[in-house]
Design a binder for this molecule. Structure first.
Ligand SMILES: Cc1cc2nc3c(=O)[nH]c(=O)nc-3n(C[C@H](O)[C@H](O)[C@H](O)COP(=O)(O)OP(=O)(O)OC[C@H]3O[C@@H](n4cnc5c(N)ncnc54)[C@H](O)[C@@H]3O)c2cc1C
Length: 380
């Protein structure tokens, strides 16, 4: 009998996982004992880190796009369709055209979605760089900006790439300096957390840079609404900040599919932090942004988790007890401006230890962005 492994989502986690499964289960695939099926609603892989650079006119959104057909091992069967229902009791998926698909092992790698409407006025009053369109509109707004109050506000937690708001703030500060607009501008940062960043070592590093570069930071700032006519950002505790240009990290949610299948609240799959198994169903794993695990929503996390799940499923297919576990590893670069960066690396047992920023690490981040397509293919 053929074992059917279904992966939902062709982003970083799903793509790396499907490719890793083909190398771990090469013999079984060749013998037709296993099928790996990846279902993605768009058929296009999106590398989102590019959007940060789009906002500064340093990249084009097309640089972050590849057809999944080009990235997936030829032994992966790609279905371009939206999964509309997961029946975990019957081990069956329903696709957009009504077709049903049986599975033996299911991996959800459906990512997160933006829900700007959860903050009144945000969609009308604020820019973002968390979508290709948003980053292009922000690029144009920055090009027109001639000075004033530029506010970067984290309007919801959790969100993808916890480093990105700090990166954007330090990059825009540099960018204003380069254009001779720094003296005519104020750079303001707000975070809903007690400190400028949830992780204390990152907050310490950030506070030092913000102080040195005159960034005004407001913490415990829970965004309640935006008033686009008055150009004011309001917090739940009554504080209000005026702005000339507002950039927000919009609130995020998981996908409806997850909540409808009873796998977790607000679309986040309730997931065991080490085995990556869904808590509320048998033979279901979750990786990447779609899990409720206390880890940054980062491509590196999805990548490491894909390795763990590939090993666990391969062991299960061979009738062995899966023993591989995820150790909480995270690796993220952090831009400290337009031409310097640092990086953080940590796991469940350690906190990040940040080094001084350097040009070398900035170049390393650029090189990683270029070589990302090898990672997606499961090669590094
Ligand atoms: C501006 C920005 C900068 C970032 N920078 C970094 C960085 O420097 N380093 C880093 O590590 N991370 C970074 N990230 C985060 C990183 O992009 C995400 O953490 C990563 O993409 C998560 O991968 P994923 O596979 O979980 O989800 P995604 O990559 O979002 O993929 C989800 C996939 O699921 C598909 N899907 C969803 N629902 C369905 C359905 N019902 N049926 C079929 N398909 C479905 C979608 O089409 C999509 O292809 C950044 C993110 C942003 C927005």
């Amino acid at each position: 009998m053929t074992t059917r492994i279904a992966v939902v989502g062709g982003g970083t986690g799903g793509t790396v996982l499907a490719n890793k499964l083909t190398s771990k289960l090469a013999a079984e695939l060749d013998a037709d004992e296993v099928k790996v099926i990846l279902i993605d609603e768009t058929g296009t892989h999106v590398y989102k880190p590019v959007w940060l650079y789009v906002a500064f006119g340093r990249a084009d959104p097309s640089e972050g796009l590849r057809p999944l057909d080009d990235l997936l091992d030829r032994r992966v069967r790609l279905r371009t369709s939206r999964v509309t229902d997961v029946d975990t009791a019957g081990k069956r998926l329903t696709l957009g055209d009504g077709e049903t698909l049986k599975y033996d092992h299911l991996v959800l790698a459906t990512g997160a979605r933006l829900v700007p409407d959860r903050v009144p006025g945000l969609a009308e009053g604020a820019h973002d760089f968390y979508s290709a369109d948003g980053a292009e509109r922000l690029r144009d707004a920055l090009a027109d900006f001639s000075g004033g109050r530029l506010v970067l506000s984290v309007a919801g937690m959790p969100h993808m790439c916890p480093a990105a708001p700090v990166e954007f703030t330090l990059m825009v500060e540099d960018w204003l300096r380069d254009r001779g607009l720094r003296e005519a501008s104020e750079v303001v940062y707000t975070a809903p957390t007690e400190r400028s960043h949830k992780l204390p070592p990152v907050a310490d590093w950030t506070d030092e840079r913000f102080d040195a570069r005159g960034v005004e930071a407001h913490t415990d700032f829970a965004v309640e609404r935006v008033d686009p006519d008055e150009r004011t950002l309001h917090a739940a505790d009554g504080r209000a900040l005026d702005y000339n240009l507002l950039v927000t990290i919009p609130p995020h949610a998981g996908v409806d599919l997850v909540a409808d299948a009873g796998l977790g609240d607000d679309g986040w799959v309730e997931t065991d932090p080490r085995t990556l198994e869904a808590v509320n169903a048998e033979d279901v794993y979750a990786i990447g942004d779609t899990t409720d695990i206390e880890r940054p929503m980062a491509g590196s996390v999805a990548h490491y988790q894909a390795g763990t799940v590939a090993e666990r499923i391969a062991a299960g297919v061979r009738g062995h007890t899966p023993t591989a576990t995820y150790d909480g590893k995270v690796l993220c670069f952090l831009e400290a401006g337009l031409d310097e960066a640092t990086f953080v690396s940590f796991d469940y047992d350690s906190l990040p230890d940040l080094r001084e920023e350097s040009k070398l690490v900035h170049w390393a981040k650029g090189a990683y962005n270029e070589s990302y397509w090898l990672t997606a293919r499961g090669l590094i």
